[in-house]
Design a binder for this molecule. Structure first.
Ligand SMILES: [Zn+2]
Length: 97
């Protein structure tokens, strides 16, 4: 789970979930703005590529369309649900590269 770089507060899973959709958020404890580290941002963009797995599978196995959607949705949800576990915070908005 992410830890606030300003006050050391460990963010809750539900609090860090916001960071999955927006790379910056205010700390619930000290109200200081926290940003995702470039590393964590790169990792989250990599994990969003996991959604392509069903697409790759569909070229190998002949999947029906409803199954394909369910499969993509499951992978997408797992990616979102697990993302707070690898999030790291920074006090500054660091450039990605
Ligand atoms: Zn804090």
């Amino acid at each position: 789970m992410p830890i606030c770089q300003n006050c050391g507060y460990q963010w809750r899973w539900s609090e860090s979930l916001k960071l999955t959709f927006n790379y910056k958020s205010t700390c619930p404890n000290c109200n200081k703005k926290q940003y995702l580290t470039p590393k964590a941002r790169k990792r989250s963009s990599l994990s969003s590529m996991l959604v392509l797995i069903p697409l790759a599978c569909s070229t190998v196995i002949n999947m029906s369309l409803p199954f394909y959607f369910v499969f993509s949705l499951v992978i997408f949800s797992i990616t979102i649900l697990l993302s707070p576990f690898y999030i790291q915070l920074s006090n500054e908005d660091e450039p990605l590269w």
